[in-house]
Write a protein that binds this ligand. Structure first.
Ligand code: CA
Length: 227
């Protein structure tokens, strides 16, 4: 029996990935680490230092130091915020996400947030766009985890916080590495392909169901929950 839905944030609840991809590519390239926007989608879900280290390993032959990662991530956040400021201030809601959340709540199921993001304004933003759906007790953020996705750690932590077992949860993810983390935690995972990647990548990571958008998931949620 399903008791909770575990939601990833960027690319699921907010249409924020184009901004993140732009900022990652710009700042990493500035630091001599050539990164394309599509690379950001492929690495989506990792913590900041995790993403940075993929590229320092590739180009410098070593992990990023904590100081380097902090500085680069700080700069990336500035560029991301500038990108958003030029487009009305913040990332728009993902179309259909509110409807998914409302349907989940109407069935009395918990909503748990599981994100690699470590922005401090996270809860305020969630409350503004999706009021009453999330609480600090049922959130796992980039600040809570040691490894982050694609390690199952954040999803295992989410199960623990919700006090449920893996077979009582359903994950909603848009990124291949996010699907990998959820599947490794033993949780059935619905993939929504809201970005530019080949949808087969999400199925290859073990997603049980695949939808092209959050709206398509909203339209099919009742029949999924009846199964
Ligand atoms: Ca995501």
């Amino acid at each position: 029996m399903v008791r909770a839905f575990l939601f990833d944030m960027d690319g699921v609840l907010f249409d924020s990935m184009p901004g993140h991809a732009f900022a990652w590519a710009k700042v990493m390239t500035e630091y001599g680490l050539p990164m394309k926007e599509v690379d950001a989608f492929e690495n989506e879900g990792r913590t900041g230092i995790g993403t940075i280290s993929i590229f320092t390993q590739r180009y410098w032959g070593r992990d990023a130091t904590e100081e380097e990662a902090k500085e680069l991530y700080r700069r990336k956040t500035i560029v991301f915020n500038e990108y958003m400021a030029a487009r009305g201030g913040e990332a728009p809601e993902m179309a259909g996400a509110g409807e998914v959340l409302n349907k989940v709540r109407a069935r009395g199921l918990m909503r748990v947030l599981v994100t690699g993001s470590a922005q401090q304004s996270l809860l305020t933003r969630l409350e503004k766009h999706y009021p009453g759906h999330f609480t600090p007790e049922l959130m796992v953020t980039g600040d809570d985890v040691r490894y982050g996705k694609p390690n199952p750690e954040p999803y295992l932590m989410a199960l623990k916080k919700a006090g449920i077992s893996a077979d009582e949860a359903i994950v909603v993810e848009n990124a291949p590495l996010g699907v990998r983390a959820a599947v490794a935690a033993g949780i059935r995972t619905i993939a929504v392909n809201t970005g530019p990647l080949d949808p087969q990548l999400l199925l290859d990571e073990g997603a049980s169901l695949l939808f092209p958008s959050m709206q398509a998931l909203a339209d099919n949620l009742d029949s999924i929950l009846q199964l």
